[in-house]
Design a protein around this ligand. Structure first.
Ligand SMILES: Cc1ncc(COP(=O)(O)O)c(C=O)c1O
Length: 449
């Protein structure tokens, strides 16, 4: 069979290409070289040429550990008064990562938070202060325990709880604070610890997005009374789904297990679930997930340190732009960037956010406008107070006067309406991050007034 692409055509095609590279300046390439500021969306050269590497999130090590679990006689987390093998291994490694006396594996980050809230004794009408920019899993546990989520406002460039707003939100009914380390950036834990101590509040850390993040060298989760982590598939490390809740607090720690396992404390001698007096659902994690997660924990430091370094580099690359507000991470802290989020100062731009995103994408930057569509208090079941079959019993009973239609957190709303989200992960390299920063600088320069 003869090739459709003859030797003569090959020589012709390549000669034309070769000639083109040797032509005097004047073509599109020359124009680009002469005008590096020309936006890719207007025909200029793309700022980003590097591509992210392929993330290898698990491999033979997880397979091998799963294999050892499959060889066991039972895949239940408990084995006669102590954790079963895989759960025990995970707990041991988690304790090395985030030292805590009581560590309980569970089915999700949402479960971890519900367990924490229940173990903290949150009951009907009790108020829990948290952020309006988070996954709904942060607040479902409060609502299911008949507590009242109270939303405080956020720092403009930390996207985390503003301690002053938290303090202003405290009432006689406040029982706890849930600090969410959004995007993997640590909250101001010293300030939140001081507030919790002053007002005798339970401080819960939602570390779902912040595996490996540190405050002054210590992992997030070691500052509050309870730490909650998620092992959902998209997190830094995962088990497909899963969660961990941990505490060294004498009041809360011993109660965690009961609230994860229908009232059972199977580790306690003579456990009798019908005598604990605790109504709780089943949030157990199986040995298969624990086996997988135990290996994932060994990958964590590599993932966290790489993301932390890339994120810092990106922040440096977009600092000092009049129309861009990069995230602010305290010098002594380590953010691990579940994703990267920065804001636009729209009053300094002659484009809107959608146009900025479109221009960035044309430059080769993967990005999206915003994060969650609205602050949590604007969700319909908050606005209608209709959490349980269209009703909210504690409001009907007068146990709370909360009216979510009146809640307003201006900075949180501005963070959502002016922010741009970019993926950032450990398979990226410095070249890609430097080019991404150059793309943001280029687009910002083109549109800054
Ligand atoms: C901040 C935060 N809290 C809680 C959760 C809930 O975790 P899960 O999906 O494992 O229930 C998530 C999940 O994305 C989260 O990002």
């Amino acid at each position: 069979m003869s090739s459709p692409f003859t030797r003569r055509k090959f020589i012709q095609a390549n000669s034309v290409a070769l000639l083109a590279t040797q032509l005097p300046a004047g073509g599109a390439a020359a124009e680009t070289a002469a005008d590096p500021d020309k936006l890719a969306k207007a025909g200029g050269a793309k700022a980003v040429k590097a591509k992210p590497g392929r993330r290898v999130r698990w491999d033979d090590r997880e397979k091998q550990q799963l294999g050892s679990a499959v060889d066991q006689a039972s895949l239940f987390y408990w084995a006669g008064g102590k954790p079963n093998q895989q759960t025990g291994l995970f707990i041991e490694r988690f304790k090395q990562y985030c030292p805590s006396e009581h560590v309980v594996t569970c089915s999700s980050g949402t479960a971890a938070l519900h367990i924490a809230i229940a173990a903290a004794g949150i009951g009907p009408g009790d108020e829990v202060i948290t952020t309006p920019i988070t996954d709904i899993g942060t607040v479902t546990g409060i609502l299911f325990q008949q507590g009242v989520p109270v939303f405080a406002d956020l720092g403009a460039s930390t996207y985390n709880l503003d301690p002053a707003s938290v303090e202003r939100s405290i009432t006689l009914r406040t029982k706890a604070i849930i600090a969410v380390h959004l995007t993997g950036a640590p909250c101001d834990m010293s300030a939140l610890q001081a507030i919790a101590q002053k007002h005798n509040l339970v401080l819960i850390e939602d570390c779902a997005q912040a595996w490996g993040a540190q405050v002054r060298g210590k992992p997030v989760g070691s500052f509050g009374h309870v730490a909650c982590y998620s092992l959902m598939d998209s997190k830094h490390i995962c088990a497909g789904d899963g969660g961990v809740v941990a505490s060294s607090d004498k009041r809360i720690g011993p109660a965690l297990l009961k609230f994860s396992d229908k009232g059972n404390d199977r580790m306690a001698p003579g456990n009798a679930w019908d005598k604990t007096g605790v109504l709780a659902t089943n949030y157990r994690m199986s040995e298969l997930q624990a086996a997988f997660a135990a290996v994932q924990l060994q990958r964590l430091e590599g993932i966290a340190s790489k993301r932390a370094a890339l994120g810092r580099l990106l922040i440096e690359g977009i600092g000092n732009l009049p129309a861009v507000l990069p995230p602010r991470i305290a010098a002594a802290d380590r953010a691990t960037f579940w994703f990267f989020y920065f804001r636009l100062k729209l009053d300094r731009l002659k484009c809107n956010r959608a146009e900025f995103v479109e221009a960035l994408r044309a430059e080769g930057v993967s990005c999206n406008a915003g994060y969650i569509p609205v602050p949590v208090y604007k969700l319909p079941y908050f606005q209608q107070h209709s959490f349980f079959a269209g009703r909210w019993p504690i409001k009907e009973l007068g146990l709370t006067a909360m009216d979510y239609t009146k809640v307003k957190c201006p900075e949180a709303e501005a963070i959502l309406s002016t922010g741009i989200q970019m993926p950032l992960h450990e398979a990226m390299d410095e070249a890609l991050i430097r080019e991404s920063a150059a793309a943001i600088r280029k687009v910002a320069k083109a549109y800054t007034t």
